[in-house]
Ligand binder design. Sequence first.
Ligand SMILES: NC(=O)c1ccc[n+]([C@@H]2O[C@H](COP(=O)([O-])OP(=O)(O)OC[C@H]3O[C@@H](n4cnc5c(N)ncnc54)[C@H](OP(=O)(O)O)[C@@H]3O)[C@@H](O)[C@H]2O)c1
Length: 330
Amino acid sequence: MPEEGEVVLKIDRVGLTANNITYAVLGEQMRYWEFFPPEPRGLTADWGLPPLWGFAEVVASAVPEVKTGERVYGYLPPASHLVVRPDRIDDTGFRDASAHRADLPSPYNVYRSTKGDPVYRPEQEDLLILFRPLFYTSFMLADQVADSDFYGAEALVLSSASSKTAYAAALELQGRGPRLIGLTSPGNVAFTRSLGCYDEVVSYDDIGALANVPTGYLDLSGAPATRAALRAHLGDRLVRDVAVGLTSQVPNAAAAGEVFFAPVQMRKRRQDWGRDGLEQRFAEAWQRFAGVASGLIDISVGEGPEELSRVWLEVLDGRTPPRVGHIIRM
Ligand SMILES: NC(=O)c1ccc[n+]([C@@H]2O[C@H](COP(=O)([O-])OP(=O)(O)OC[C@H]3O[C@@H](n4cnc5c(N)ncnc54)[C@H](OP(=O)(O)O)[C@@H]3O)[C@@H](O)[C@H]2O)c1
């Protein structure tokens, strides 16, 4: 039973993409291990619970404003249940005010109630699980790039162009400025071309074929060899080099010129547009994107902890085809 001020969430459905592996790779540096510390369960500090995104249901509540049966979307551990301490409760949901999360980035502490969520549609739950945080990043990244006059570049190169975060950003940037060039593994070239959001798709082996024009690099792979090949080929025409992700599991923050972290641009736009203005723009962009994204992904639903573990290892090894989106019912 929850203690006063606590709510017990039963974790229902979660998703797994390369982003979750990145949380683990950067677990210490970016403090992702601190959201769900395993120590109370008697595990040693060598173990960690990587955060996942998904839906959960309130199954017990010692907070009068949060009712049993409520369904929420948010950051969840790979576990059956999570105890949270709701604060700042309103129609849109609440924040977990547990002491160990107090100084961690605030967007990760939000639990959105399905009732007060402008983008929630029951039939789109799996799309929300897989894409919502990624699309938020893509939306904010595209916004920041446009806000920076596209770095004065004639071309924007995105690595791991087959990743959800990359192609969602390309969909947001399409037709607004520079040519969009997707870099991907040889085996993912056909899929990435089929997305239709890049003007050109080039394999990592063919970087020498890129036009020698002022170019901005949005790096989602983190692969040192790709960065080195781009620098060697473009020289000072590589006008901007931004670390966004690291699907290769090699941290790239130090090697790139700058790091993109969505909560920073979010804070800026919250000041510029207000919380409601940002929410409204996001909701409009999400509805456009969701219509397209449903045709780009085949959702695969698995069940239980063993399947979660199997899928984790598959995603970790890069064996998941880019068209497949993994959902696990816990
Ligand atoms: N900065 C931020 O705020 C922020 C926010 C959200 C996401 N991100 C990052 O964006 C990246 C993409 O995340 P996602 O969830 O969108 O990915 P995803 O859709 O799961 O991406 C799958 C693609 O990543 C590449 N890949 C996957 N596993 C790999 C492996 N083991 N080795 C090498 N390449 C591998 C492959 O692309 P290619 O063959 O095309 O390389 C694969 O098709 C992650 O690193 C994520 O953390 C950053």
